[in-house]
Design a protein around this ligand. Structure first.
Ligand code: ADP
Ligand code: MG
Length: 286
C-alpha cells in the first residue's frame, strides 16, 4: 500500500504545477544525484528569432527564407515553428512529402523541387557544397535540388529561471549535465552562462541514449538519474532515465506519455522544488 504522505506529496506538487505519476517517482526524486537536461525547449525558450541571413550568390534573401519556411511546413520542431513564423502567409500546399531527419533537419518537396533545411551534418550527408557560417546561435543551412541557397542564423533565449534552477540543484548536491543535438559552440555558451557542470553537444538522439547509459553506470550508489526534456527527439532518453521529466506546455504528447513527472508550465526551477517536496515526504515516511 502507498503511505498517505505520498498522496500529500503528490497533491502538494500538483498544486505547484508538478505532475508526479506515482509515489515511487517521488521517492526516487529524493535521491537524485545527477540531473541531465536537453537544451532547446528545456533550458532555452525554444522560440528562435532570425538574426542574420547569408544568401548564396544569386539567391535573394526572400527566396532563402521562404524555401526554408516551406520545407519546415510539417514539423513540430521549435526550429520549424520559428522559421514558419518568420515568413507568415505562405501557402503550405506548395510543400509535400516532408521527411524529418532527427538531429539533422528536413527534406521536403517544395514546388516540385527537393529542399533541405538543417545543420551542417545534413548538408554533408546530402553532399551539398555549402559555405560554413558562424555566429552566436543555431545555423540553418538551406539547399534546393542539390544547390546551396545560403544559411540562416537563428537565436533562442535562455529561460529566465534556468540559471537559478541549476543553482538550486547544485545546492542540493545534484550534478548537472546538458546533452544537446545543437552545435558545440552554442551549447558551450549556454552551459557556461547557466553554470552547468558538464556538456556534450552535436549529439544524435541515439548518442543521447548512449550518454545517459554511461552516466547511469557512473552515478554514485543509491543515487538516481533524472532526465529533463521537451520530448522533441528525446522520448527514448526520457524512458531510459531513472526519472523522466517532461515539459508539459511546449512538450509533445509522446513526451508527456513517456515521462514519470510532467512540469505543466515548462519551468526548470520546478525540479529543485519537486526535490525539496520529495525529501520532506521521505522524512515523514521513514
Ligand atoms: P536539441 O538537442 O537541441 O533538442 P535536436 O536533437 O532536436 O536538438 O536537433 C539537433 C539539431 O538538428 C538542431 O540544433 C538543428 O541543427 C538540427 N535540426 C533538427 N531538426 C531540425 C529541423 N526541423 N529543421 C532544421 N534543423 C533541425
Ligand atoms: Mg529537443
Amino acid at each position: 500500500s502507498i503511505p498517505l504522505t505520498f498522496f500529500g506529496g503528490i497533491g502538494g506538487a500538483s498544486k505547484c504545477g508538478i505532475l508526479v505519476k506515482g509515489g515511487n517517482y517521488l521517492e526516487a526524486l529524493s535521491k537524485t544525484g545527477v540531473a541531465v537536461f536537453d537544451k532547446t525547449g528545456t533550458l532555452t525558450k525554444g522560440v528562435f528569432k532570425v538574426t542574420h541571413t547569408t544568401p548564396a550568390d544569386g539567391v535573394t534573401e526572400a527566396d532563402l527564407l521562404e524555401s526554408a519556411a516551406l520545407a519546415e511546413s510539417f514539423s513540430n520542431h521549435p526550429i520549424s515553428k520559428s522559421l514558419r513564423e518568420a515568413c507568415p502567409g505562405l501557402d503550405a500546399k506548395r510543400a509535400s512529402d516532408a521527411q524529418e531527419i532527427a538531429g539533422h533537419g528536413v527534406k521536403t518537396q517544395v514546388d516540385g523541387r527537393t529542399v533541405l533545411a538543417g545543420n551542417a551534418r545534413l548538408m554533408e550527408s546530402e553532399h551539398i557544397d555549402y559555405t560554413a557560417a558562424e555566429g552566436a546561435g543555431t545555423i540553418v543551412y538551406v539547399a534546393r535540388d542539390g544547390q546551396f541557397l545560403g544559411s540562416i542564423l537563428i537565436s533562442d533565449e535562455e529561460k529566465p529561471t534556468a540559471r537559478t534552477a541549476m543553482q538550486g540543484l547544485q545546492a542540493q548536491g545534484v550534478r548537472t549535465v546538458m546533452l544537446t543535438g545543437d552545435a558545440p559552440a552554442v551549447a558551450e555558451l549556454v552551459a557556461k552562462d547557466l553554470g552547468i557542470d558538464e556538456v556534450h553537444a552535436g549529439l544524435l538522439p541515439a548518442d543521447k541514449v548512449a550518454w545517459v547509459e554511461k552516466l547511469l553506470a557512473q552515478k554514485p550508489e543509491k543515487k538516481e538519474l533524472a532526465f529533463v526534456g521537451d520530448g522533441i527527439n528525446d522520448a527514448p532518453v526520457l524512458m531510459r532515465a531513472d526519472i523522466g521529466i517532461a515539459m508539459g506546455a511546449l512538450g509533445s504528447d509522446a513526451a508527456i506519455e513517456a515521462a514519470d513527472i510532467v512540469l505543466m508550465d515548462d519551468d526548470p526551477a520546478k525540479i529543485s522544488l519537486a526535490m525539496r517536496i520529495s525529501r520532506k515526504c521521505m522524512r515523514i515516511v521513514y
